[in-house]
Design a binder for this molecule. Structure first.
Ligand SMILES: Nc1ncnc2c1ncn2[C@@H]1O[C@H](COP(=O)(O)OP(=O)(O)OP(=O)(O)O)[C@@H](O)[C@H]1O
Ligand SMILES: [Mg+2]
Length: 234
């Protein structure tokens, strides 16, 4: 099954800034894709397009072979886990515990089921001591851990992570890498940390500063200095 079918995507923000152009890519089930490129090259824009959070101005995109239309939003919500680059875009509940419980409860878990689910993951990500705190009073890394726990605990079919390890300490970073190695679904992430990419991915999309694909390849692309320099990430 094709998880993402993107053809000639172009996205322009309301203030007329180009987000991405000429973007075509198919992602099949169980592929593990990493987007690499310099600041502002369109990674976050693409990830939002892949999650159906925004719609392209031109070109076409299908997610799970479905169109990005209102009738499919609930299906996308149930099956896609999305981590925003900035956790403040995501955290809005009064306490960390409410935040963790929010999506499971929305998806129909009973309170007992939801509490069991969050306890397991909260422990893994070391956030169980933060339950009572309002998310806006957490440190940057703590916010990211809470947002990650919210997304990963549901074990979605498609995991879309925008810079999952930025702002994160070494021990937690290793846990996230371990988690992603074990994860069996389809994964698309962006990062500026090339060193862990080969441990968790099998497809690399290199974006140019001009906001289009520079090169698509396997992890051997990470050794290609010429391309990494052209992408301005080396
Ligand atoms: N909300 C917005 N309104 C206007 N322009 C935006 C908005 N968000 C992003 N852009 C612009 O769109 C382009 C692509 O931005 P995007 O956030 O996708 O880059 P990125 O590759 O994720 O960068 P980074 O590595 O810094 O996270 C940039 O030129 C950026 O300035
Ligand atoms: Mg970004």
């Amino acid at each position: 099954m094709n998880i993402i079918e993107a053809s000639n995507l172009e996205y322009v923000y309301p203030d007329k800034t180009l987000g991405i152009k000429n973007f075509s890519l198919n992602i099949e089930e169980s592929e593990r894709v990493v987007l690499l490129g310099s600041n502002g090259c369109g990674k976050s824009t693409l990830l939002k397009l892949f999650a159906g959070l925004i719609k392209p101005m031109s070109g076409s995109i299908k997610i799970f072979e479905k169109d990005v239309i209102r009738e499919n939003y609930l299906y996308f919500r149930k099956n896609i886990g999305f981590l925003f680059q900035n956790p403040d875009d995501f955290l809005f509940n009064p306490t960390v515990e409410d935040e963790l419980l929010y999506t499971p409860m929305q998806l129909g878990f009973s309170e007992v089921e939801a509490k069991n689910l969050i306890a397991e993951n909260a422990n893994y990500f070391g956030i169980e001591k933060l339950y009572e705190k309002p998310p806006f009073r957490l440190s940057g890394g703590e916010k990211k851990r809470v947002a990650l726990a919210c997304v990963l605990q549901l074990n979605p079919k498609l995991l879309i992570l925008d810079e999952p390890t930025s702002n994160i300490d070494g021990k937690t970073r290793n846990k996230i890498i371990e988690f992603l190695k074990e994860y069996k679904g389809t994964m698309i992430l962006s990062t500026h940390e090339i060193d862990f990419v080969k441990k968790i991915s099998n497809k690399v999309v290199l974006l140019s500063p001009d906001k289009e694909i520079l090169k698509l390849g396997g992890i051997e692309l990470l050794e290609d200095i010429e391309y990494l320099e052209a992408a301005e990430i080396l």
